[in-house]
Design a protein around this ligand. Structure first.
Ligand SMILES: CC(C)(COP(=O)(O)OP(=O)(O)OC[C@H]1O[C@@H](n2cnc3c(N)ncnc32)[C@H](O)[C@@H]1OP(=O)(O)O)[C@@H](O)C(=O)NCCC(=O)NCCS
Length: 152
């Protein structure tokens, strides 16, 4: 039944091929957030699941080391990709899907003027049970109305 393949632990070349397919994929735009002086990677920000026909994409963000959080890095990085998404790629809508117990992310997207668009009931299972997820979204027209904020 399984004679047409075998499984193995990936070697470095295979990981590189997988990684390149991830970042060079037309539906995903992945960026590393680097510290200006040390050049150290602080985290990543991506627009994924890009739907070019309907011109929307999902935004994801991670600041890896907790000591680097609450310093404004995520806010500034997202402002950069927001500008790319609307001004350069001509998307119409960005959205994020946030677990309702993820206070830092909720604060982040509220600060960035994303609107609370919908609640997905009990759609994620975490350690202590099922949680709602909140969809936050930003439309290009709302971005353009607040262009000064996103340029700051
Ligand atoms: C969510 C995350 C990216 C925020 O990164 P960050 O660099 O700390 O965010 P910022 O410093 O730009 O903060 C943005 C706002 O959120 C607030 N905030 C961030 N963390 C907070 C916390 N733990 N408690 C309360 N407010 C918080 C900040 O105070 C700031 O608001 P303010 O300027 O009005 O004070 C980071 O916590 C993280 O990587 N979490 C794990 C991954 C994750 O959950 N990603 C999001 C998936 S949708």
């Amino acid at each position: 039944m399984f004679s047409e393949f075998f499984i193995s632990v990936p070697n470095f070349d295979e990981i590189e091929i997988w990684y390149n397919s991830l970042i060079n994929n037309n539906r995903n735009k992945v960026f590393i957030i680097n510290h200006v002086e040390s050049k150290a990677p602080l985290g990543m920000v991506e627009i994924s699941k890009i739907d070019w026909k309907n011109r929307n994409g999902h935004i994801g963000i991670l600041i890896g080391n907790k000591v680097n959080r609450q310093k404004g890095y995520a806010s500034d990085a997202i402002k950069i990709v927001i500008k790319l998404a609307f001004d350069h790629w001509n998307l119409n809508k960005l959205y994020a899907v946030v677990a309702e117990n993820n206070l830092p992310s909720i604060k982040l997207f509220e600060k960035l003027k994303f609107a609370k668009e919908a609640v997905l009931k009990e759609s994620v299972y975490l350690d202590s049970g099922y949680f709602n997820q909140i969809i936050f979204s930003l439309l290009k027209k709302n971005y353009e109305q607040e262009i000064g904020f996103y340029n700051s």
